[in-house]
Design a protein around this ligand. Structure first.
Ligand SMILES: Cc1cc2nc3c(=O)[nH]c(=O)nc-3n(C[C@H](O)[C@H](O)[C@H](O)COP(=O)(O)OP(=O)(O)OC[C@H]3O[C@@H](n4cnc5c(N)ncnc54)[C@H](O)[C@@H]3O)c2cc1C
Length: 452
């Protein structure tokens, strides 16, 4: 039986808890900080991330929040000789429609604070001011967004794409990082700053004068508590006698070696925005349609399937994902994945990159099929700030953006805990936003929540 005592305990050593520990150690160097996790650090949801980042959101608050996170990631990249493998070829949002008024409105809303030249529309093939994503380096890439509305320009820049595309939105402050390396760097600094890490599952919490956390073989007492339990934020919240408005949906991905060289290594993270009927052949369609369990696979599927090269310009692997699952589930530590997902995501992704058809029915045996939970609020904004029990805080509901937003989320939570100055977006990202009727009405009326 071991007993620990500290000023602040952080429950959860995923990327969000680790980042909170890192920034709290910076903001409050005199505090004794303890990070507690039932398993290894960075081993649950944070190990399943696609590790992509972007500052594109349909609302300026989320743009500002992720921009701050990208600033902080750039600092980490700069300070560590880019140990976090940050690159910036952008995000591409592609559609066969030339009626993109809605998308343009969202871009103008999301980037409204950036002003001036943030959104650049290219209507002809020459497009002299457009910089194609030739190089991976983040330092030299442009910011803002390029909207390509000329088919010759799209084909010249992105030759692997479906030739029927009409519009390509190229978000420039976007790319990939190694979330695992980022967590590792933060943990190293946290330990050097005197932070403590303990393995153990929180089974119950007593409140009163601070918090007493019961573990299977010990306990932790703390003056303040941070709930960074990822998909289990509500389990921890219920131990504190409260509830958070979050749900979990299981999302899957596949990664495999691109032995057929279907995807150019310089292709940005690419998202097909259009709905589609999956490309099954006639026989497959008939078989699926006859089976009530699988008939939905022959019907219209949502857009936002995504594909990117993985492992750098000299690598061979690619990653595909499609967050179409909306069914809420209770989180478990070892979720089961659908056997048919690899073929579903492959067929869906082949619509944007037809060369992927080379893998129909023959995905490499070394393919990795994995996934985890998007833990999210209805409006898909995070929850960062004080919870009901005095001295307790939450940093969670990080949906499909927890890797890219971890730095800003950890910094913000650290500011709340340390009583430091808060950024403008703090109140809107805290649980207190549910008392802001005007904001909630605006968020509930939004047609896009930025889920990819
Ligand atoms: C398939 C998929 C793809 C994704 N792709 C991207 C992407 O491209 N870019 C991006 O930015 N984000 C992405 N995300 C989202 C991102 O991975 C998550 O938002 C992020 O990892 C959440 O981190 P976390 O620290 O909140 O949770 P976790 O990593 O789950 O950490 C929570 C920790 O809390 C611990 N814990 C829980 N309960 C207890 C308890 N009772 N006692 C002790 N410890 C406890 C757990 O053991 C766990 O280690 C993706 C997510 C998924 C599922």
């Amino acid at each position: 039986m071991k007993h620990y005592s500290c000023d602040t305990v952080i429950i959860g050593a995923g990327i969000v808890g680790v980042s909170t520990a890192y920034y709290l150690a910076k903001h409050a160097p005199d505090q004794r900080i303890l990070v507690l996790d039932a398993g290894q650090p960075m081993a649950f949801t944070s190990a399943q991330s696609g590790e992509n980042y972007r500052n594109w959101w349909p609302h300026p608050v989320m743009t500002a929040f992720t921009d701050r996170s990208i600033d902080l990631m750039e600092q980490l990249a700069g300070d560590s000789d880019n140990r976090i493998n940050m690159n910036r070829r952008g995000y591409v949002l592609a559609t066969r429609s030339d009626d993109v008024d809605q998308l343009m409105t969202e871009l103008h809303t999301g980037y409204s604070e950036l002003g001036g030249n943030a959104i650049r529309v290219h209507d002809n093939a020459a497009a002299k001011s457009y910089q194609p994503p030739l190089l991976p380096e983040w330092m030299r890439a442009p910011s803002g967004v390029d909207v390509l509305r000329d088919q010759r320009l799209i084909r010249k820049t992105f030759p692997s794409y479906d030739p029927t595309l009409q519009t390509v939105v190229h978000v420039r402050r976007a790319g990939a990082i190694s979330g695992q390396q980022m967590g590792q760097i933060m943990l190293e600094h946290f330990r050097q700053a005197g932070g403590i890490r303990v393995a153990g599952r929180v089974q119950s919490i007593k409140t009163g004068d601070g918090f007493c956390l019961e573990l299977a073989d010990g306990s932790v007492t703390a003056g303040q508590l941070v709930n960074a339990a990822g998909p289990f934020v509500n389990t921890i919240a219920s131990m504190l006698g409260t509830a958070l408005p979050v749900t979990n949906t299981l999302q899957q991905k596949i990664a495999f070696e691109d032995t057929a060289s279907a995807i150019p290594r310089a292709m940005p993270f690419s998202i097909d925005l259009d709905e589609q009927i999956i490309d099954w052949d006639e026989e497959e369609t008939a078989l699926l349609a006859d089976d009530p369990q699988f008939a939905w696979l022959t019907e219209q599927m949502p857009g936002a399937i995504h594909c990117r090269p993985d492992g750098g310009d000299d690598g061979r692997w690619i990653k595909l994902g499609w967050a179409f699952n909306n069914t809420e589930s209770q989180p478990v530590y070892e979720p089961q994945f659908a056997d048919n997902f690899p073929e579903i995501v492959l067929r869906g992704a082949a619509r944007l990159n037809p060369s992927l058809k080379a893998y129909y029915g023959r995905l490499p045996r070394t393919m990795h099929h994995y996934g985890g939970y998007y833990t999210l609020t209805k409006e898909n904004w995070p929850l960062i700030g004080p919870m009901a029990a005095e001295g307790s805080y939450v940093v969670g509901a990080m949906s499909g953006f927890g890797t890219m937003a971890a730095c800003a989320a950890g910094e913000l939570c650290a500011c709340w805990v340390a009583g430091a100055a808060l950024p403008d977006y703090a109140a809107m990202l805290s649980p207190a936003r549910y008392h802001n009727a005007a904001l909630m009405a605006e968020l509930n009326a939004m047609s896009s929540r930025g889920i990819l």
